[in-house]
Design a protein around this ligand. Sequence first.
Ligand code: NAD
Length: 342
Amino acid sequence: MTVRVGINGYGTIGKRVADAVSKMPDMELVGVAKITPDYGALIARSKGYRLYTLSDRLDLFRKKGIEVDGTIEDLLSEIDVIIDTTPGGYGLRYKGLYRKYSVKMIFQGGEKPEVADISFNTLCNYRDAIGRESVRVVSCNTTGLLRLICTLNSYYPIERVRAIIIRRAADPKEIKRGPVNAIVPNPISIPSHHGIDVKTVLPWLDIITSAVIVPTTLMHVHIVNIWFKEKINIEYIIEALEHNERIALIDSRVTGIKSTAEIVEVARDLGRYRYDVPELIVWKDSLYVNGRELMLIQAVHQESIVVPENIDAIRALMRIVDDPMESFKLTNKVLGIKGRLI
Ligand code: NAD
């Protein structure tokens, strides 16, 4: 079965998910919807993607000489699944329209959890999403935390998690966000929403997070402290992390990679498209184990980490794959995700 997929919102996440969908053997990218006739629209066209917009925007595109294939309603009438990658809050406004066309819906982490039947992460709750009408793929930070937590919890049951999230201020393309010269607790009150968001997928977990925003655009960094229900062995922790293809362990003592800047430099030097790093990066030499306690430092490439989870979510909603690991492996294989940065 080939699933026909549409993307609404062709920005940071939408363009990456569109490229990923177009590569999958069991999916067809029918087209992308955009509201602004800008360079993004020209790039979509240059890639051969069919382009759709709102009916009252058709003229805007035509005036700029950008060919459009139809309205968003035209797109919806041709697809099985819509991936909503509009800015946070817009997805809910579109939901009624999506429903009218009886398409399955995938929303992103900027939406409130109530927008969808469940919040989603492949390794944590793929089976719960099978056959649902809608899921919300949680945000980049939440995806990073969940990949780690569900990987380790399958080796040793987790008692509680405490994490500090050091957030990038903006994506590289953004020109209207800061901070420029400050570290901004976000929010000052603890907990931050990240741990609360993790609980939308793992309601049983005792997790508290706190976050600060710093003046960088490259990646987020998390300092994570996990207490397990039993004494842990560092060798098994390493084995668990190495076993997961969506986690890349790096050792700064061997590679010299000691910062997010160097992670991105490696991705650029390796010729990764857009320098994307969809793997969760965990510094092996940050691992601290003492009895039941683990601490580590990890880095999240906010622009790309949620892409593989969006692909898996399509298979779960459409019931084309029942086994989470089958989808996980297929997505990884097609996207070249192999559990290592270098
Ligand atoms: P973005 O601003 O880069 O892209 C959004 C796109 O939607 C833009 O192309 C914009 O023109 C378009 N758009 C705006 N209003 C629209 C409308 N009414 N109809 C159709 N399209 C419209 O945003 P993004 O960073 O890709 O974020 C999209 C979603 O993904 C949000 O929920 C966000 O929270 C989530 N997310 C973002 C990141 C990240 O770091 N950028 C990471 C994970 C999840």
